[in-house]
Design a protein around this ligand. Structure first.
Ligand code: G3P
Ligand code: MG
Length: 240
């Protein structure tokens, strides 16, 4: 599958509050071809865009996301922690993020990031949202996850949606999972690269590396066979 060379991590996380519409707009402004975001369920089943399992780090709230209703989350400030000028930014619903990515013309990588124990239902809710709202004729979003259970659910419910496996310290996991999960891409940590990057591509998988914020490293990885760089700093990496 054709991946953009530069995908903004949580939008443009180095220069805007991560996983907000403001961050997605900033990624577009800085020249990213796509964005990555983290999607999970609020207590009432609304799919929201947030990385952590707790509200504490990136919002004015406290406690586990899985116990908070969307009504509560929507009232929180998701920008002030990053800087006073971002005060008033909100935690977006995935629905709002889809609309924004479409409006900006950005490729969308939705990371399924379930709260503990919600792997299958999170994938199911994301797939249902895409089936309902993603317009025909627009390039399909790429679903990625560290959770094999989430990817299995996505495969069963929406075989047509491209899927990518996220790995941390087991970069060869694609060898056993690619066929079974019907993977189109592999997303590796820069700290734990597969022994042979070109073998990943030879197997027909697109290869994305996260989270690369230096121009020299991005250009070395692209030369070595990576298709896409997931970065907090799209403008820095773009020059590679
Ligand atoms: O999708 C790449 C990257 O976002 C995975 O790790 O923890 O930043 O979501 P994390
Ligand atoms: Mg992520």
């Amino acid at each position: 599958m054709q991946l953009p060379k530069v995908i903004g991590h949580r939008g443009a996380a180095a220069s805007a509050p991560e996983n907000t519409l403001e961050s997605f707009r900033r990624a577009a402004l800085l020249g990213a071809g796509g964005i990555e975001l983290d999607a999970k369920l609020a207590a009432d089943g609304t799919v929201i865009v947030m990385h952590d399992d707790r509200l504490d780090r990136t919002t004015s709230g406290k406690g586990p996301v899985r116990d908070a209703s969307y009504r509560t989350i929507a009232a929180l400030d998701a920008g002030r922690w990053f800087g006073a000028r971002w005060a008033g930014a909100r935690v977006p619903t995935l629905r709002a993020a889809l609309d924004e990515a479409l409006r900006l013309g950005l490729f969308l990588n939705i990371e399924i990031k379930p709260c503990p124990g919600r792997d299958r239902e999170t994938a199911a809710a994301i797939v249902a949202l895409l089936h309902k709202h993603w317009p025909a004729g627009r390039p399909l979003p790429l679903l990625s996850s560290f959770s094999v259970a989430s990817l299995e659910a996505a495969r069963d419910l929406a075989p047509e949606l491209p899927r990518g496996l996220l790995v941390w310290n087991d970069p060869e996991a694609w060898r056993r999972e690619a066929g079974r999960l019907g993977l189109r891409t592999l997303h590796c940590a820069r700290q734990y690269l597969p022994s042979d990057l070109r073998a990943v591509r030879a197997a027909g998988l697109g290869l994305a590396i996260y989270t690369v914020n230096s121009r020299a490293e991005a250009s070395r990885l692209l030369r070595a066979g990576a298709d896409s760089i997931i970065t907090d700093r799209p403008d820095t990496v773009l020059a590679a």
